[in-house]
Design a protein around this ligand. Sequence first.
Ligand code: AHG
Ligand code: MN
Ligand code: MN
Length: 339
Amino acid sequence: MDFTSPSTITLQSFIRDAERRSESSTGDLSKVLLAIALGTKVVSQGVNRAGLASMLGMTGEKNVQGEDVQQLDEYADQVFNAVLGRSGQFVSMVSEERESVISAARGDQFSKYIIAFDPLDGSSNIDVNVSIGTIFGIYKRESSGTAVSESDPSEFFQGGKNQIAAGYTIYGSSTMFVFTTGEGVFGFTLDPTIGEFILTNPDMKMPENGTVYSCNEANSPNWSAGTSKYIEKLKTSGNTQGEKCSHRYVGSLVADFHRTLLKGGIFLYPGDSKNKSGKLRYLYECAPMAMIVEQAGGLATSGEEDISEIVPNDIHQRSPLIIGSKEMVEEFLDFQKNS
Ligand code: AHG
Ligand code: MN
Ligand code: MN
């Protein structure tokens, strides 16, 4: 990469230009994005060195979800709490790893944003060197101007359609930061030699169709008739264009989603007879990915309604998630309706 070339756009210059284009910009959201970028660099280093710094394995604790906490889960949670807290932009935060709402540091009670984040997504893949990531969704607080009472969760019950920004980072063969602020989806790749995020995927659009379906087939005995028939149809007669499909499942939402965003396809973690609401969490997994996919021309549904239309009433609420190429999600919904 020729750093001096005008075509090399860093995250900082991208954000500065975006600020200049919008009269109403205060620069506060820029501070948020740069804080997330900093947290991503720190966690990326931690992920890459985990095996060397004996940071792999479990802490022995269980999180609010009853899941074993990996050391890197805890580390990523601490890093993002620190960088987001220090940004001074959040009145409160929700982390997958913390039972209740995290109240802002002193002096930030009048900040205008709230954020929900999954500090490390794909924990079961940490120790086997498979891509993992971080997911976040940002809202403007509704009661702006007044101090927020201690850990008031109601601010987070606005519904995904109210997100003003959402994104994910992926710690894989390279570290990427993909986000939207409502004007398209942009992907930046970290150049570790200089510690800068460089714009590599301007204005990302999800292909209307795809030939990959992604789901945990081990759950198929519990799927609804609609889900089972849809997957069976993909296996036997292919997608809506009759193209043969393949199954790919990494087990990290960020990795399965990133592939779907780039190549097209459909990711499904549906509700089933054992878990009506599925497994994924609404605030910091489903809603952020739904904002991204809608900005990129895809669809995200629970099977009953658009993900963005759901209004949660619990900060760790789960939701079924079927997300991906428009034609594939629409065909899935037809099977749901007609089964
Ligand atoms: P997390 O590691 O943050 O708990 O998320 C794991 C999620 C998601 O990344 C992935 O799509 C899903 O769990 C995989 O679940 P199964 O192992 O049940 O397939
Ligand atoms: Mn997750
Ligand atoms: Mn997680």
